[in-house]
Design a protein around this ligand. Structure first.
Ligand SMILES: [Zn+2]
Ligand SMILES: [Zn+2]
Length: 155
């Protein structure tokens, strides 16, 4: 099933002059629907499940086009890996689960004031910032608890 967002994204790509192929549609749909960060290999595996003729090169090329069109953005993870997530509407901050990649955007109204106060300390006028929070989502915290309980049972 294609979502409204993936339809929107396909139109944007089409308007940029790209020919929309079946593999491309599948790749765009996966990224438009995902509430988690995905790297090209993960997109490739999901796409291959839907349509076996999808190739890894097509995944890379499509994601490159999507990044250039500002539909998805590259996220640098603490372990040095790179993943992708749908772009924010305007200036927003990202919260990421380091276990499953589930991500949310948030605004944070008081941040500018906070960052400016740090700037003031060093005599800087702060005009931009880039913020990502890393942690574990609710589900992953539960799984961890269950796992540690199970391992206690087996001892
Ligand atoms: Zn901000
Ligand atoms: Zn998680």
């Amino acid at each position: 099933m294609t979502t409204d967002k993936s339809k929107e994204w396909l139109i944007i790509l089409q308007n940029k002059g790209y020919r929309i192929t079946k593999p491309m549609k599948i790749i765009v749909d996966i990224l438009a629907k995902s509430d988690r960060l995905l790297n090209p290999t993960e997109v490739y595996l999901q796409a291959k499940n839907i349509y076996s003729k999808v190739g890894l090169v097509t995944v890379y090329r499509t994601m490159e086009k999507m990044e250039q069109a500002d539909l998805i953005e590259r996220v640098h993870m603490p372990d040095g890996c790179q993943s992708f997530f749908q772009s924010s509407n305007g200036h927003q901050h990202l919260m990421i689960c380091t276990s499953c990649g589930k991500a949310h955007y948030f605004e944070g109204e008081n941040l500018n004031q906070f960052f400016q106060s740090i700037g003031n300390k060093f005599g800087y006028s702060v005009n931009n910032h880039w913020l990502q929070l890393f942690g574990r989502c609710e589900e992953c915290q539960k799984i961890n608890k269950e796992q540690s309980m199970n391992s206690e049972d087996s001892l």
